[in-house]
Design a binder for this molecule. Structure first.
Ligand SMILES: Nc1ncnc2c1ncn2[C@@H]1O[C@H](COP(=O)(O)OP(=O)(O)O)[C@@H](O)[C@H]1O
Ligand SMILES: [Mg+2]
Ligand SMILES: [Zn+2]
Length: 511
């Protein structure tokens, strides 16, 4: 064959695009060149492909071999094109089924010995290939399970290059080798079946109800209270009451994990829970990396919860990084000549002390923080961040007496059921709109849309607005939350009591 063709996938952020790979053989001085915007790692592919072929008894032609990756405009990174490049290169020299080579998508890195090495991002790459209508995909053996999460495609998990060539009809001897596997990376999902139960929480009825409302409406939540009030305890119980992820969301979450280099073997239906420490760097939150762009905590929280504990302690630049995702549901990483976008549709939960020492405004407390320090502490959270938060909850410590009293606690399974029912009701009400959760509804639609509250129901809010007790933004937030309370009550209309309780739930902080 003078010219051979095959397919691979280039990943830009979490999106994959099909890349066509062509090998052209000409009768000139022997050479081996790759063209089509290759980065450094791709140039190294020349070396890997050379050695891998030599060590697989697949001789490369001793003439001029040019490999072209197109579209040239697409940035191509990393080592995932090795197998495709080696396959087309060999196909110019050794008899193979050209149609089979041309119609198969090849993903994977080559070791110098000719074995296929697993790569991050197999799942989004296979998804992209499947969506582009390709039916047969070669992946490194260690990535087989992950690739098989995608329906409707045939996955061939290859141990070595000779095996790939023989699948395409080459007459080669396939060595009986052990596949390369990577040690199971730290598995962020390992802890999900040990989500603690809400029954552990004694008292704190308002806080538990607020947590249920946050889950039901998808509302961002801020908890403010002294150390030991149970903020962290409550936040960790939120993922347990969220509904299981649907197929699309579960695949999106698994794709991000795959790009992070986490081993993905099945679809996790639990909502992600990301809790970066306040000392985390902006890069750890946003993502980055030199060879391939890895998603950070913000992207890993997509379809789930991003919990910033001790939120007042985060760097201002870290909190700033939340703005774009809160606005658009995506996070963009810009690096020289490249911009990668990842999904970042998370529910934000912030927990903070009221001041650096934690005692400010607490009965019997003994706060010695200067007023300027208190303002600065909470000021970090103000502005654009707080604009997005529908529920501001103030917590007090539960006294020992309360802890002993026998109030029946709400269990996680009861709460999960209430959340699921409320969400179903909201989805039904919003069926003609592009929103599913109350938190997504814009203020104008709440105030003036087809389901706007009657003048009687909105009167307390109008009065509060006129008196300057709430802002228009606060007005919208109360309405949004009131709808969630109505959904939890099983009511199709907003009532005065929902408005009243919503006002109570967000009475919290005077920021
Ligand atoms: N309402 C409560 N019911 C049961 N235990 C509680 C409650 N509030 C606090 N605790 C206990 O106090 C500890 C500290 O709570 P934590 O959630 O870390 O507080 P915070 O994050 O507000 O400082 C928890 O580990 C828990 O054992
Ligand atoms: Mg805490
Ligand atoms: Zn203080």
């Amino acid at each position: 064959m003078k010219v051979a063709r095959t397919l691979s996938v280039a990943l830009v952020g979490a999106e994959g695009e099909i890349v066509e790979i062509e090998a052209d053989l000409s009768n000139q001085t022997p050479d081996f060149k790759i063209i089509g915007l290759p980065d450094k790692a791709l140039a190294e592919a020349v070396q890997r492909v050379h050695n891998a072929c030599a060590n697989s008894d697949l001789a490369l032609p001793r003439r001029r071999l040019t490999i072209n990756l197109s579209p040239a405009s697409l940035p191509k990174h990393g080592s995932g094109f090795d197998v495709a490049i080696a396959t087309v290169a060999v196909a110019t020299e050794i008899a193979m089924n050209a149609d089979s080579v041309a119609s198969t998508v090849h993903l994977g890195e080559l070791g110098l010995d000719g074995r296929l090495r697993p790569i991050p991002g197999i799942l989004p790459a296979v998804l992209a290939a499947a969506r582009a209508g390709h039916k047969r995909i070669v992946v490194p053996f260690a990535n087989t399970q992950e690739a098989q999460l995608v329906d409707g495609v045939e996955i061939l998990g290859a141990i070595n290059l000779a095996q790939v060539a023989s699948w395409h009809g080459a007459d080669v001897c396939v060595p009986d080798e052990e596949p390369i596997t990577l040690a199971a990376a730290s598995d962020s999902t390992a802890a999900t079946d040990t989500i603690p139960d809400l029954t552990d929480v004694v008292g704190q009825r308002d806080a538990v109800n607020a947590l249920i409302a946050a889950a039901a409406g998808g509302h961002h939540l801020l908890m403010c209270g002294p150390p030991g009030a149970g903020k962290t305890m409550l936040a960790r119980r939120l993922p347990g009451i969220l509904p299981p992820l649907g197929d699309r969301a579960a695949l999106a979450v698994a794709s991000i994990r795959s790009l992070s280099g986490t081993r993905v073997v099945d679809l996790d239906r639990n909502a992600p829970f990301e809790a970066p420490h306040h000392s985390a760097s902006v890069a750890a939150l946003v993502g980055g990396g030199s060879r391939i762009v890895r998603p950070g905590a913000i992207a890993r929280a997509t379809e789930g919860i991003l919990f910033l504990d001790e939120a007042g302690e985060f760097q201002a630049s870290a909190l700033d990084a939340l703005r774009q995702p809160l606005e658009s549901g995506t996070i963009t990483i810009n690096r020289a000549g490249l911009s990668a976008e990842f999904p970042a549709k998370f529910q934000l939960v912030l927990a903070t002390n009221p001041c650096p020492c934690g005692d400010y405004g607490i009965r019997g407390g003994n706060c010695t923080c200067p007023p300027a320090a208190i303002r600065r502490y909470l000021g970090r959270l103000s502005g654009p961040l707080l604009d997005r938060i529908d529920i501001e909850l103030t917590l007090a410590r539960v006294s020992v007496a309360q802890r002993r009293s026998e109030v029946v606690a709400v269990s996680t399974s009861e709460a999960r059921l209430r959340v699921a029912e409320a969400r179903a009701r909201a989805a039904q009400r919003l069926i003609d709109t592009r929103w599913q959760l109350n938190a997504e509804i814009p203020g104008s639609w709440l105030r003036d849309g087809p389901r706007s509250p009657s003048p009687t129901v909105r009167r307390p809010l109008d009065v509060a607005l006129r008196k300057g007790a709430i802002t228009l933004r606060g007005f919208d937030r109360v309405l949004r939350l009131a709808w969630t309370l109505a959904d939890l009550d099983g009511k199709a209309q907003l009532g005065l009591d929902h408005i009243g309780r919503a006002l109570f739930l967000k009475k919290g902080m005077a920021l």
